[in-house]
Design a protein around this ligand. Structure first.
Ligand SMILES: [Zn+2]
Length: 380
């Protein structure tokens, strides 16, 4: 099936996160006709679930290399302001070339369609190819890729390399790939005092000065100076809450929240411990929620494969970046080296999300080159 036909078919299946059912039926049908063995399973309970996932594999000769494509078929809610129905792909001719409109066109049904169309033309004897597709990337991501990784471990089907098709290009297809992502931790801070009358402060204990001192110390932290591949880790104060409606009352409690995006010099646990110590010194508590550890696939054989493929089809060499938010690569890195490369991300999560039809075709050829080089090429 052509990449455009498949992208249209996937967009036509409404799949606001967590996705289930028809969008997976469509994917399963085309993967099976391309010779893949398809495993689908539903994981989790409300409110994060149930979530559907799909693992598909086409085995090469015993001992051959295993290359995995990873992605998601869930999408964010369409929101308002669309000029065509978000779940009916619409192809429009525009001055710069045809565009395909629909929720998920860029993030990332278009890329999933390109992966499938790419492997349809990769000969089976080239090696083992698999698809790791979740219906829960845009949501809590609790029962998605992590559950797929468990399944792959149980089955002993561990890829040698994995490409995630998130939209990494910025201004034009091919200008950026991600070789890493920062980790993320949110920490809830709280200081408890004793409520009382502002005119009798000796009978009360105001928690606000202690929280303010704690935040000042946290805000002044220099976590690191950055690395060759990562910008410096950053701590932001994201909320401050006392909620005291009275002018003559010392409140009993003050709360704040910080968010740290960190590079591979830290872990969620090391930062949580450090913040916890500071909070304690100011008589407060810190409750961390780590939403992702950083990952890095240092430039080497795999990034060269991706960059060569991109350059061969677009004429430009992608910048190797570690910018942006977290992605499911934070989990997949447990299995093997991971790199992300995909479409231009300008319209992702927006109204009138759209992909250039020409980009879909070019991406398909890039993915084909990457798969072939990963399976037959040098050790990565
Ligand atoms: Zn995405």
């Amino acid at each position: 099936m052509s990449v455009v036909d498949l992208a249209e078919r996937l967009i036509g299946c409404e799949s606001v996160t967590p996705a289930r059912g028809p969008v997976f039926d469509a994917l399963q049908a085309v993967l099976e006709s391309a010779g893949f063995e398809v495993h689908r399973f539903v994981a989790g309970d409300p409110p994060e679930g149930p979530v559907e996932n799909l693992f598909a594999i086409r085995r090469g000769a015993p001992g051959s290399k295993h290359f995995a494509f990873a992605g998601h078929v869930d999408v964010v809610p369409p929101g308002g302001g669309w000029t065509s129905p978000p779940f009916a792909a619409e192809r429009r001719s525009e001055p710069g070339g045809d565009l395909l409109y629909g929720r998920g066109a860029v993030d990332m049904k278009g890329a999933v369609a390109a992966m499938v169309a790419a492997v349809e033309t990769v000969p089976g004897e080239a090696g083992t190819i698999s698809f790791v597709i979740t219906g829960d990337e845009e949501g809590p991501a609790v029962h998605g890729t992590r559950a797929l990784i468990s399944l792959m471990r149980e089955r002993g089907e561990i890829p040698d390399l994995c490409l995630v098709g998130e939209p990494t290009s910025v201004d034009r297809l091919g200008d950026m790939m991600k070789i890493g992502r920062r980790g993320s931790v949110n920490i809830f801070l709280e200081v408890e005092g004793t409520q009382g009358h502002v005119a009798y402060p000796h009978l009360a204990d105001n928690p606000i000065p202690r929280l303010v001192a704690m935040l000042a110390e946290l805000d002044a932290l220099v976590l690191d100076e950055g690395t060759d591949w990562f910008q410096p880790s950053n701590l932001e104060i994201t909320d401050l809450e006392v909620g005291n409606p009275a002018h003559n009352v010392i409140p009993e409690r003050a709360k704040a929240r910080i968010s740290i995006r960190f590079n591979d010099l830290h872990s969620g646990a090391s930062l949580s411990e450090r913040v916890g110590e500071i909070a304690m010194r100011h008589g407060g508590t810190a409750l961390p929620i780590v939403s992702g550890e950083p990952f890095l696939t240092p430039p080497g054989a795999f990034s060269t494969i991706v960059a060569d493929a991109v350059e061969a089809e677009t004429g430009i060499r992608p910048e190797a970046s570690t910018s942006g938010g977290t992605s499911d690569a934070r989990f997949l890195k447990e299995l093997c080296p991971v790199i992300e490369f995909g479409l231009v991300n300008a319209t992702m999560h927006k109204a009138d999300e759209a992909v250039a039809v020409e980009d879909l075709k070019t991406l398909t050829r890039i993915y084909r080159r990457i798969a072939l080089a990963a399976l037959t090429g040098a050790q990565a």
